[in-house]
Design a protein around this ligand. Structure first.
Ligand code: KIV
Length: 311
C-alpha cells in the first residue's frame, strides 16, 4: 500500500477489507526500524519478545514498561510511514484497568506509537474496552500468549482440541467486541486461524497460525537468522544473518591483527606541517592549558623553513 502519511488503524482495517495481505514485523531499534520502513513494512511491532532476542532473558516476563518505552521511542524515531505498535509488558495491565490506563498512556505519550498490544482474550476484554474508549487503539493477542507461558505449561500449540479451539475463538471474538482493531493469533492450528479470520470483521495477524489470516508477523531476529538459541517452527529464515555477521566480525579482527585496518582513507589526516609539528611535540608534565610561552605561528614558520629545499 503506497502511503504518504504514517499508517493508522483505519488504513490497516482498509487493507484487510480490500483483501491485502498485511505484513507485520517486530523491531526494537532505530536502525532496523529505518530499514523496515524503507522496505515498506506497514506495521512494526515493538514486541516484548525483545526480552528474549535482545536482552537475553529466557522469557518475556522480566521486560518492563521502561524497556518498552526506550525501544518503542527508538522505533518511532526510525520510521516515517509504518504504524508502530508497542507491547504492554507482563505486569503492566493485569492488576486492573487504572494501572493499565496509566501504563498505556505513558507508552503512547513517551514513544509516539500509534497503538498498544496486550495479551489475553476474555480476561483482558474489559481493559481493552476501557483503553479504546479513552482513545488508545489496541491490538489483541490470543492463542499462545508468551506472558502466560508458566500457566500454559510451556510454549505449546493452543486450540488443538475442539474444546480448546472454541475457547480461542471466544477469546478472539471478545477482543473484537471490546473494540480491538486487530488480533494476533499465535501458534494455533491453521484451520482455526482460518476460521477465526472468517468470523471476525477486524484483521487477524498470524504467527504460526497458518496462511489464511489477514496478515503475518515474524520476529525480526528469527527472519534474519540472528537468534540462535532455537528456531520456532513458524519462523522462516529469509537471511543467514548469523553467518554473515560472524564472518564480518572475523574479517574485522583479522584486519586489526594484520594492521591493514585502518587504512589512510579511514584515518583523519592533517595538513603536513601540523603533522610534523605533532611529531616534534614533546610531552610536558606541566599543565599548560593556556599554551603559555608557545607561539604556534613561530613554530609553524620554523617547520615550513625546515621543509624548504636548501638554496
Ligand atoms: O512480542 C512479540 O514479538 C509478539 C509477537 C510474537 C506477536 O508478541
Amino acid at each position: 500500500m503506497a502511503a504518504s502519511h504514517r499508517l493508522t488503524v483505519t488504513d490497516i482495517q482498509r487493507m484487510r477489507d480490500e483483501g491485502e495481505h498485511i505484513t507485520m514485523l517486530t523491531a526494537y531499534d532505530y536502525s532496523t526500524a529505518r530499514l523496515a520502513d524503507e522496505a515498506e513494512i506497514p506495521i512494526l511491532l515493538v514486541g516484548d519478545s525483545l526480552g528474549m532476542v535482545v536482552l537475553g532473558y529466557d522469557s518475556t516476563l522480566p521486560v518492563t514498561v521502561d524497556d518498552m518505552i526506550r525501544h518503542g521511542a527508538a522505533v518511532v524515531r526510525g520510521t516515517k510511514r509504518a504504524h508502530v505498535v508497542v507491547d504492554m509488558p507482563f505486569g503492566s495491565y493485569q492488576a486492573g484497568w487504572q494501572e493499565a490506563m496509566h501504563n498505556a498512556v505513558r507508552i503512547m505519550q513517551e514513544t509516539g506509537a500509534g497503538s498498544v498490544k496486550l495479551e489475553g482474550g476474555r480476561r483482558s476484554a474489559d481493559i481493552v474496552r476501557r483503553l479504546v474508549t479513552a482513545g488508545i487503539p489496541v491490538m489483541g493477542h490470543v492463542g499462545l500468549t508468551p506472558q502466560s507461558v508458566n500457566a500454559l505449561g510451556g510454549w505449546r500449540m493452543q486450540g488443538k482440541t475442539p474444546r480448546d479451539s472454541v475457547h480461542v475463538m471466544h477469546d478472539a471474538r471478545a477482543l473484537e467486541e471490546a473494540g480491538a482493531y486487530a488480533v494476533v493469533l499465535e501458534t494455533v492450528p491453521a484451520a482455526l486461524g482460518s476460521k477465526i479470520t472468517r468470523q471476525l470483521r477486524v484483521p487477524t495477524i498470524g504467527i504460526g497460525a497458518g496462511p489464511y489470516t489477514s496478515g503475518q508477523v515474524q520476529v525480526v531476529n528469527d527472519m534474519l537468522g540472528l537468534f540462535q538459541d532455537f528456531k520456532p517452527k513458524h519462523a522462516r529464515r529469509f537471511l543467514d544473518g548469523a553467518t554473515l555477521i560472524r564472518d564480518a566480525f572475523v574479517a574485522y579482527r583479522k584486519a586489526v591483527e594484520s594492521g591493514s585496518f585502518p587504512a589512510a582513507a579511514e584515518s583523519h589526516l592533517l595538513d603536513e606541517r601540523v603533522q610534523r609539528y605533532i611529531e616534534r611535540m614533546e610531552y610536558s608534565r606541566e599543565i599548560n592549558p593556556d599554551h603559555e610561552g608557545i607561539d604556534f605561528e613561530d613554530a609553524m614558520e620554523d617547520i615550513e623553513l625546515e621543509g624548504r629545499p636548501a638554496t
